[in-house]
Design a protein around this ligand. Structure first.
Ligand code: THU
Length: 161
């Protein structure tokens, strides 16, 4: 029997002022775009803004529903939009921010399990590594260089070959 450790590195910054200009601009867009979320049930507004490899910008916000399981996270709204409008154009960087109307918005959040699965598939289907910039309305910023690191031992089409 072997014990195997799976680990990954995140970059952690004390604030947006320590990011390079393109990353800071993308994060600012995500922070502002939380205003467009439809989150009347949780009051937890999430926005994802991505820069594609060709420089185009794609956005998503969470879409809630009175039937709670129908809710869609911002990240998957973005991925569906990108796939529809810009098929085969990879995502270079995605900034994810949130506005918690019931509490603070100072600690980065990271994608839920369903979104991690979707992000990994998107990375694989476009053959383009996706970077994530994670932060609330202010405070620390985490950068994840490759979404696959968020889902070790993930199930993918490779598993079915
Ligand atoms: N949510 C997202 O949109 N993205 C995340 O990464 C985490 C959670 C949404 C789903 C739901 O509308 C609300 O945030 C509270 O869970």
């Amino acid at each position: 029997m072997n014990k195997v450790t799976h680990q990954f590195i995140t970059e952690e910054y004390e604030g947006i002022e320590f990011l390079n200009v393109p990353d800071a601009e993308l994060l600012i867009r995500a922070r502002l775009f939380t205003a467009n979320a439809y989150a009347p049930y949780s009051n937890f507004k999430v926005a994802a803004v991505a820069k594609l490899v060709d420089g185009q910008i794609v956005k998503g916000v969470n879409q809630e529903n009175a039937a709670y399981p129908v809710c869609i996270c911002a990240e998957r709204v973005l991925l569906s939009t990108a796939a529809m409008l810009h098929p085969n154009v990879g995502i270079e960087t995605m900034a994810i921010s949130y506005l918690n109307e019931n509490g603070s918005s100072e600690t980065p959040i990271s994608p839920c399990g369903v979104c991690r699965q979707s992000l990994v598939e998107y990375q694989q289907r476009t053959n383009q590594v996706i970077r994530l910039i994670l932060s609330g309305q202010k405070g620390k910023v985490f950068i994840v260089e490759n979404v696959e690191s968020l889902l070790p031992l993930s199930f993918s089409n490779k598993s079915m070959m």
